[in-house]
Ligand binder design. Structure first.
Ligand code: OVM
Length: 410
């Protein structure tokens, strides 16, 4: 007889043979605030662990995480990339038409966004990103100390990105709250998810308004997406949904990466001095930050067939929590994985995913990171933590809440 009991929006499964059951709550606020030990223990369990509390599998070793994450035939996204199975439960918002779909439909929408965010389109923004970063750092150097989350990471990301999309206005709070909601909504019905809903739903209606064609400037990623509707490649409504994707995925992710980069450099002054000695390393400092503090700590996939990974039988309908943050710290893949080293030049980390769903905004994210870290390398002499850093637990992203720092001029 097949099990039919639901748990957190998906079907309960039996413990697969050879998989240890591990009574941990990966969505516990203490773990989300400081996941290092949890990451380590997850990897020590083997290719997969079974989490009884959610009746799902979790993987945190590099090999299996990469295999599950990249094989869209067997491990689909159309059933949701969070804990809820969209084939069984209605999602909290109309699903993303690029993240939460499979080929062949995915290919069509992905092609449109890929073109809008092409290396060529992003290349044109480099100068203005650099100017905005230089100006912001000059202002921050005037201060005794400041919060690098709100005054640096959020201030930068919520200015340059909405501008690149072509929004007529920006609204830091709503953009950040909506992103926080979209990412926490992928987790179980816990306090974090409920609080993010309470805060973010109003922001959601503002976001939807900004996605309309008449709100967007004629140049920008948004207009490029609507141009595909003019060509008949997608509908006008689909264009609006793809702009929603940009605003869902493009803010909190880069805010966390920029904040974490400053955190890593403040805690590793010798690494910061290396960066200053060779500011060309800025892009690698950003890349190592993505590996070391992966902005999306976990995303799910759903097995759409009965299959096997590393000798473990996985039944159709199984939710698999792919812990990207753990995989990126796997010592079997990276020597001295727990060391932040800007000269490591990690080229195959999983922070931006892998396969057909790999981050479509990665050119933009890297351009933002490179612009900011180049400005910091050129202008700042030393970075000191002026008070304790605080993390902001979220069901899918690992982000700082507050990072009080002091910049001393070069
Ligand atoms: C989207 C989207 C894409 C990537 C990440 C994300 C959950 C959302 O298309 O809405 O965050």
């Amino acid at each position: 007889m097949r099990a039919t009991k639901m748990i957190e929006g998906h079907l309960e499964i039996e413990v697969p043979a050879g998989v240890p059951a591990w009574d941990v709550d990966p969505y516990d606020t203490a773990i989300l605030s400081d996941p290092t030990e949890y990451f380590k223990e997850l990897r020590s369990k083997g290719p997969f662990a079974y989490l009884p509390r959610y009746s799902m599998l979790a993987c945190g070793r590099f090999e299996e995480t990469k295999e599950v994450f990249s094989d869209w035939h067997r491990f689909v996204s159309s059933r949701g990339v969070g804990i809820h199975d969209f084939s069984l439960e209605e999602p909290w918002r109309p699903p993303s038409i690029v993240l939460e779909v499979d080929p062949p439909y995915h290919t069509k929408t992905r092609t449109v966004i890929e073109r809008a965010l092409s290396p060529r389109a992003v290349g044109k923004l480099r100068v203005s990103f650099r100017e905005a970063a230089d100006k912001l750092i000059d202002e921050l150097l005037e201060k005794e100390s400041f919060d690098a989350v709100s005054e640096l990471a959020e201030a930068f990301s919520t200015t340059v990105f909405p501008d690149a999309v072509g929004l007529g206005e920006t609204d830091r709070r709503r953009l950040v709250d909506y992103g926080e909601l979209v990412f926490s909504a992928l987790g179980p019905d816990n306090e974090l998810r409920r609080n993010s809903m309470a805060k973010g739903l109003e922001a959601g209606s503002w976001i939807m308004e900004q996605c309309q064609r008449d709100r967007l400037k004629p140049e920008g990623f948004g207009a490029a997406i609507y141009a595909a509707a003019d060509e008949g490649e997608i509908t006008e409504e689909e264009a609006g949904m793809l702009v929603r994707s940009l605003l869902s995925a493009g803010i909190d992710t880069t805010v966390t990466a920029l904040g974490s980069a400053i955190w890593c450099l403040a805690r590793n002054p010798e690494q910061f001095q290396r960066l200053k000695a060779d500011p060309q390393l800025a892009r690698w400092a950003f890349e190592e930050t993505l590996r070391y503090i992966s902005p999306v700590h976990s995303f799910c996939r759903t097995a759409d067939v009965d299959t096997e990974v590393s000798g473990i039988k996985i039944v159709k309908g199984t939710k698999i929590l792919c812990v990207l943050g753990a995989a990126n710290l796997d010592e079997n893949h990276w020597p001295e994985a727990d060391k932040f080293d800007i000269e490591r030049k990690p080229s195959d980390h999983l922070a931006l995913g892998v396969g057909i769903h790999a981050c479509v905004g990665q050119n933009v994210a890297r351009a933002e990171g490179e612009a900011m870290l180049t400005a910091v390398a050129n202008k700042v002499g030393s970075i000191e933590l002026s008070d304790e850093a605080l993390w902001r637990p979220n069901n899918s992203i690992r982000t700082l809440d507050r990072l009080p720092v002091r910049f001393c001029a070069a």
